[in-house]
Design a protein around this ligand. Structure first.
Ligand SMILES: [Zn+2]
Length: 227
């Protein structure tokens, strides 16, 4: 079994360079994203829980949705639909807006919209434990910020707002890089992103999937931005 147990009701699964999570409540289990190459995330979930399994997407970049086709319903911020190729036409989108609570049974999860990396990027805060499942915006790996759907200014505003939840967050569980990371990463990412926005940060040119981008190593993470 490749699941990593974080605690009795929280698991993560590493799929290539990305991880997805499984949170178990008393009513159902929630997958947070569904993988990059792994197409059977729903079946894998059955290895650790007998609860029905539902799916929430932090966002719809290709490395987070490989197993989406197994679900007739997907919870997602509707702002992300511009980035989501539906795996089948009958799939229902259950909209999740900023501030919404997803209660999986004695386990309320609060949606915190973090636009910028993608328009509908949304984190879930496990209110009881203070664990934040941040998706891609808050992590110490490579943060993709180039291409038409990315917005550095929105990203900066999202990080500033996330700081207002400091008192509620005990640890951050991102989809890439180190897991968990502490809250201290947020002001560091913010400071670096603001330096990039002001044109004060140095970058190196790189090519990624045939796209040219500027890689800004801000110490705590690398932001890949438009040239
Ligand atoms: Zn990703």
């Amino acid at each position: 079994m490749d699941w990593i147990k974080i605690n009795d009701t929280t698991f993560s699964y590493k799929d290539m360079g990305v991880r997805f999570f499984l949170l178990i409540g008393t009513e159902y289990a929630l997958l947070i994203d569904s993988g990059m190459k792994t197409e059977n995330a729903k079946e894998l979930a059955a290895q650790v829980t007998s609860q029905p399994v539902k799916l929430f997407n932090t966002h719809a970049d290709p490395d987070h949705i490989a197993g989406n086709g197994a679900f007739d319903e997907v919870m997602m911020n509707p702002a992300e639909l511009v980035n989501y190729p539906k795996p089948h036409t009958s799939q229902n989108i259950l909209p999740v807006y900023d501030g919404d609570i997803i209660d999986i049974g004695n386990r309320p999860l609060k949606a915190i919209a973090l636009p910028g990396h993608t328009p509908g990027s949304t984190a879930l805060l496990d209110i009881n434990s203070g664990m934040l499942f941040s998706g891609d915006p808050v992590q110490d790996g490579k943060i993709f910020m180039f291409g038409p759907l990315r917005d550095l200014s929105a990203y900066i505003l999202s990080l500033k707002r996330l700081l207002t939840f400091s008192g509620e967050i005990t640890g951050i569980y991102p989809c890439h890089g180190t897991c968990p990371v502490s809250m201290e990463i947020i002001p560091k990412l913010l400071e670096g992103a603001e330096r990039i926005e002001r044109g004060e940060a140095a970058s190196k040119p790189i090519e990624f999937f045939g796209n040219k981008a500027a890689a800004y190593d801000i110490g705590t993470a690398v932001l890949l931005c438009d040239e």
